[in-house]
Every structure is written in C-alpha cells, then in structure tokens.
Design a protein around this ligand. Sequence first.
Ligand code: SAH
Ligand code: SF4
Length: 352
Amino acid sequence: MTNLYALTGRELAALIREQRTLPDPALKGPIFQEARRLRGEWYGDKVYMRGLIEFTSFCSQDCFYCGLRRGNRSAVRYRLETDQILHCCRTGYALGFRTFVLQGGEDAFFDTHTLCALIDAVKSRWPDCALTLSVGERPKADYNAFHNAGADRFLLRHESADPLHFARLHPASQTLESRKRCLYELREIGYQVGAGFMVGSPFQTAEHLASDLVFLRELSPQMVGIGPFIPHKYTPFAGCPAGSLDLTLLMLALTRLLLPAVLLPSTTALGSIHLEGRELGLRAGANVVMPNLSPPEVRESYSLYNGKFSMGAEAAEGIALLCDRIRRAGYTADFSRGDWAGCAQPPPSPVE
Ligand code: SAH
Ligand code: SF4
C-alpha cells in the first residue's frame, strides 16, 4: 500500500484520477481494505453517534452552494429558543446521546454572550456530554470564550484548500486565508477541530481534491467532514450536478489513510444521494454518524441542499432503525462521548 504521507500534491492528484476510473462498488480494493483496517485498529467496530441540533437557519454569509445563504430570499428562517434547544438535548440524552452538535448559519443574534450562555446551559445540565459547535467564522476572542464556556469541539470545513477554487465557491468577502486562520486558532485554543470539504462541488478538479488532502495532512485535524455537493434550487449552482457516490467514498478512504485516528462522519449528504450511502461510507472508513435531533417542524427549513434526508434513520426518532442498519453493515452504534482516540494512546506505526 502506498504511503500517502510521502506523496506530493501532484502524485495525490494522479492517484485520485487513476482511482476514479476504477469504480469499486463493493469497496474491495486495497485502498478501502486499508481504510477499514485502520479504522478498526483505532476504533474497533464502533460507530460514534452525535446528536445534531440545527439551531438557526439565519446566515449572514453568502456561500454560492448553500440554501441558507443570505442571498436566498426564499429561505425560511428560524431560530430556536434556549428552551427548545435544551428540550432537544434532554430528548437526545434520554436516547443515549453523549455528544451534541450545535450547528447553524452565521447568525449575529447569537453574539458572544448569548452563545456562551447557551453553551453553559447545556454543559451545566449535562456535564458528561461533549459539545460541538459548528457556527462558522468568528473572531478568536469568541472562540476562546466559547471554549471557556465549555465547548469541546468545533466543525469548520475549509471547503476547498485551493484559493482560486475557494474563490469560485464564495463571494470575495470570504477568503480561504481567513478560513484557515480560524482553523489554526481553534486548534491553538485546544478544541478538537474538524475541517472538511464537499466532493463534486462546481469547478472542482482532482488537483483541488489533492490540495484538500495536502491541507488536511498539514492541519492534522481530529475530525474531517466530507460529503457530496448537492445542488439547491435557489442558489447560483442550482443547475450543477451533485457529487458522485464513488468519488466521495474514495475521498473518505484516502482521508482515513492520511489521518488514521480521524473522527470521520458518514454524512447525511452521502445518505441523501444513495439509499445505502451511510453504510457505504462506514465501509469506506467513516466511524461517526450524526442523526438529527432538531424539532421535526423546523427540519425542512434547514435546507442546505435539496433532497436532504432528515426523517427515518437520519433522525433521532428513527434511532432503533439506524442502529439496526449500522449493525447490518457490520458495526456497532456507540453512544459514548467518542473523543478522538489520538488523545488516549500513541498512534500505531505509520502506514507502509
Ligand atoms: N454555517 C456553518 C455550519 C452550517 S453549513 C458553516 O458553514 O460552517 C455546514 C456545511 O454544510 C458546510 O460546511 C458545507 O460544506 C455543507 N453544505 C452547504 N451547502 C451544501 C450543499 N449544497 N451540498 C452539500 N453540502 C453543503
Ligand atoms: Fe451560511 Fe454555512 Fe451555508 Fe455558508 S455554508 S451560507 S456559512 S450556513
């Protein structure tokens, strides 16, 4: 097996180009085998469960790919009250969840004080739970305050590590430089950090995906979020095709090879483009799922892309169904906090 650590960006791009011409629906090839071996070495057959709470659909950013972008006047905007959020946590806790993920658009209503009070409200009631934030770019002082208030982890996908590609996905006011700075600040503060990107976003090439891997190797985050791009009808990318299942699975496996102890979700977007997407993601090296704990009546309004699954096995109410599907894929749903295994033990010897 090639040591991905030793490959240059150009060689990684060649590998991606070569592999994408060899569809491997049964995931039997050496890359997938190695990805499964490594996830087994670090996490056994566990799949960590995270309860996702989509607490605001307001967003002041204008990412071209996202249905929540400021420019989408048709988006339905909502903001959950503290009591509603605590109710989601209470329900989630009773179901067994020990990680809550608070995700939302970049919403100025949740200023430093308000968001710290919310974090404190959750952590003081459920101190045994990990709290993950996914609220976009903020000043370092805010990240510090959220961490001091009790937030443990932070998800902020870099979206594309190629500056020109990043610029084709975002307005000029949003830059890769600023995104990277946020990620390094989060890491320095002591969060478990998650970066990541969409597969098949408009204009994306194998070279861009290779840059994403090179950036991940450099940042070495504890979590990586990877899912297919899926178009939303009220965005500039409405007519663009969705990212492919095969390429998403390949990028998941390559990420596992590069960062063996990474916490790697099999994303809702992957489950939304293919009926078996979640299970295939797990077989490609993913080890986390994030069912939806948001109140059912707001789920449709949190529309990042069209056709997003939020019911059945994607939702907390369908937890028995999801656990059963995980079991049938050969894994075990695990409701513990599920911290990054790299904290607990030294890494195994490098991949040969
Ligand atoms: N506002 C926060 C969190 C919400 S968006 C943030 O941007 O970090 C969470 C993720 O959804 C984004 O990082 C993006 O990669 C993904 N996303 C947005 N629009 C999407 C689309 N059309 N298809 C697939 N994923 C999308
Ligand atoms: Fe806002 Fe996040 Fe969507 Fe960008 S991806 S428009 S920051 S919700």
